[in-house]
Design a binder for this molecule. Structure first.
Ligand code: IVH
Length: 680
């Protein structure tokens, strides 16, 4: 090895390491919806990798993350379809100077359209003869998942354009978003149900669009903005005209679009929206600049990943440095102990922040965070602010460093009840095992039990629960049904009227169906949807009580961890006593006759043992409805065609690959009419 390559060696290693790290970050961001790097860190690393690749052209690799967009493919249940035109990403910069440079380098007199950069996930909508026929995610840029059933639940996306002056086919691209309000409500709900929170509205929108249940998608309230029309024989010579046309045709186009004639107008637009965007109902993370004239766009052309006729300016993330005064610990309803940073108060996106999560022990250790440090706090999209980093310790005086605790250690005893904490193998969290005796766990379980989606008992809020707990009247959920009017009325702050309200709420809760009672019990990891599925498979507490972990795993959505939690719940004699008292109080511990009969009448065995592939688009029912019908008739919906496929439920525009495979294997195809006739 010559001297030069020895000098270069560390940089070549860095290049390889960056490729790996960015590939990994793309996967976690796009597929798992769990980002590990901030956008800024990601972009900085990407820029560094680009610079290194320019320095070492011999290391060019078409598979490098600089050469392709991150891929969100990998979810089951959606048909993958090739894009007519690849879906590219945008070159971006955090520097206003770079943006100015970019504008200045364009040929003189070029008009620039400025738009908001919406922070959701991109979608490609295909219209044929005025009808929405496909809705593809970006996927890997070359092919995407067809999520049309979910897209059709978005009110701002038209299913049909009733006009005669539109081209035979065209494509509109845009961004699917979950508005801030909806995002916050969704996360609040998930917090109550102890489901993992979405880090920001983008992740929530992406997770939502990949659900297999359009009803749930509809409930969450997605919206969309469209910003790019493609196709042959489209009207207009400029990007701006095309968007105006799209608006006339009924598409949801942002009003914030402006044609700018020079760099000053562009910079003024950026300055205006930098603050004004905070009043928008949806998340934006920058401004997109596009050359207006389509012929000029063509001239400028494309790189492998991005158009040369557009660039994005990205707003800096909202974060602040502040003093970490103290670390305290909060115990949740399932006993998880979360470290909380108590901060010198700081302003962050319009609110004062003084507490932020430090996540868990590993996080604190990995950043070597100690009280007295200056730490970065970020709100991003989350409700709960989080600590994301630590500033370098400035003072090199060894005595000053010694004033900090030498090494961080997580408490060994529960801060609330003194019980030794346990850490489950493979989990990051420490947990207090004293379920029945640890105050926040006791109160948290009762709060969960009475919450709106569980037993929905009005008049029994957090403060009242705390009061009744301290008075020794409430120790577990069964105690609720032993509360007496005079006990309640005797409490200061609670009078006759509160007592009446509360008792009416308690009485009404006795009609709450079994699935919700099961959810209300607060078994770890058994959320609302899982509880529903279990309640259908195990139609009463008596059958559920004897189910083994293996049997439980056969229920949809139930994995070994959930199964284990359920089995463990029923092994605890204290829980069995509580269940017994709930039953005696008159709660619904089984599906009602009515639920059973509607449930049964829907079941048939017409498709028992059959594996059925659904492909194409349908007019009578949605894809998901067909899936539900197959399952309700005892069949199995599978994703790909094989020898074992019984038949294909084939709609319009069935994927050519599937069709070919079906023909080669001789698998029968059935139209939706034939299918409906068969299961009638
Ligand atoms: S134009 C070929 N316009 O940003 C150019 N993209 O980082 C196509 N985005 O994948 C994109 N707002 O998901 C365009 N007004 C806007 C946008 C926008 C958000 C997203 C889009 C794209 C990503 C690139």
């Amino acid at each position: 090895m010559d001297l030069f390559s020895q000098i270069e060696e560390p940089e070549r290693e860095e290049l390889k390491a960056l490729r790996k790290e960015l590939e990994d970050a793309n996967y976690k961001y796009y597929v798992l919806n769990m980002p590990t790097l901030s956008d800024r860190e990601f972009d900085e690393k990407m820029h560094r990798l680009q610079a290194l690749e320019a320095q070492f052209p011999d290391m060019f690799d078409p598979k490098s993350p600089t050469q392709h967009v991150g891929s969100d493919l990998g979810k089951k249940g959606f048909e993958q379809v090739r894009h007519k035109y690849p879906m590219l990403s945008l070159a971006n910069s955090y520097s206003r100077e770079e943006i100015e440079d970019w504008v200045r380098k364009l040929p003189a007199g070029v008009e620039i359209v400025c738009e908001l950069k919406f922070d959701g996930l991109s979608i490609s909508l295909w219209y044929e003869h005025g009808q929405l026929v496909r809705a593809l995610t970006r996927g890997d840029g070359q092919q995407g998942d067809d999520v049309i059933a979910n897209i059709k639940t978005i009110p701002s996306i038209p299913w049909r354009i009733e006009r005669t002056d539109i081209p035979e086919s065209f494509e509109l691209r845009g961004e699917v978003l979950l508005p801030w309000k909806r995002f916050e409500a969704l996360n609040k709900e998930r917090e109550e149900q102890e489901e993992p929170l979405f880090a920001n509205p983008r992740n929530a929108a992406s997770g939502t669009l990949k659900l297999q249940d359009p009803k749930e998608v509809a409930r969450r309230g997605l919206t969309a903005y469209l910003y790019y029309m493609l196709g042959d024989n489209l009207p207009g010579k400029t990007h701006y005209e095309r968007l105006q046309t799209a608006r006339e045709w009924g598409f949801h186009i942002s009003d914030a679009i402006k044609v700018c004639k020079n760099v000053d107008e562009v910079m003024a637009y950026i300055a205006y929206w930098d603050t004004e965007r905070k009043n928008l109902p949806v998340a934006t993370d920058g401004i997109v600049l596009k050359v207006n004239n389509l012929a000029q766009q063509e001239e400028l052309g494309y790189t492998a990943k991005t158009p040369r006729w557009a660039i994005a300016y990205k707003f800096p993330a909202e974060k602040q440095l502040t003093l970490l005064k103290e670390i305290t610990y909060q115990v949740g309803r399932t006993g998880v102990v979360t470290p909380v940073a108590n901060l010198e108060p700081v302003q962050l996106s319009g609110t004062m922040v003084q507490r932020a999560t430090l996540h868990n022990e590993d996080f604190i250790r990995s950043l070597d965070i100690r009280p007295g440090d200056r730490v970065w706090v970020e709100k991003g999209g989350e409700i709960i602010p989080k600590i994301t980093g630590r500033a370098e310790r400035e003072n090199s005086d060894p005595c000053a460093t010694l004033a900090l605790p030498l090494r961080y250690s997580f408490p060994t005893l529960c801060p609330e009840c003194g019980t030794p904490l346990v850490r489950v193998e493979g989990e990051a969290a420490w947990r207090c095992p004293n379920e029945a005796g640890c105050p926040p766990q006791i109160k948290g379980k009762i709060e969960h039990f009475v919450s709106r989606k569980a037993m929905n008992i009005d008049g029994l809020g957090e403060e009242t629960i705390d009061l009744l707990y301290r008075q020794g009247l409430l120790h577990n959920i069964a105690d609720i049904y032993d509360l007496k009017a005079e006990d309640i009325a005797a409490q200061e702050r609670l009078g006759e009227k509160s007592a009446q309200n509360m008792l009416a709420g308690i009485e009404a809760s006795k009609q709450v169906p079994w699935a919700r009672v099961l959810f209300a019990l607060g078994i770890r990891m058994v959320g609302e949807t899982t509880a529903k599925k279990i309640a259908r498979a195990y139609t009463s507490v008596d059958t559920l009580q004897w189910a083994t972990a293996e049997q439980l795993c056969a229920v949809e959505d139930v994995g070994p961890l959930i199964a284990e939690n359920i089995v463990r719940y029923f092994e605890d004699i204290r829980n069995l006593e509580i269940l017994d008292r709930l039953r005696q109080a008159g709660l619904q511990m089984a599906l009602s006759e009515e639920e059973l009969s509607t449930f049964d009448s829907r079941l048939s065995t017409k498709l028992q043992g059959q594996s059925i592939v659904i492909s194409g688009t349908f007019s009578r029912h949605s894809r998901d409805e067909y899936k539900a019908m197959i399952e309700a008739n005892g069949g199995k919906n599978v994703g790909s065609v094989s020898k074992k496929t019984s038949f294909i439920l084939a709609g319009e525009n069935m994927g050519p690959e599937k069709r070919k495979k079906a023909e080669t294997l001789g698998v029968k195809m059935m139209s939706e009419e034939e299918f409906l006739e068969m299961i009638k």
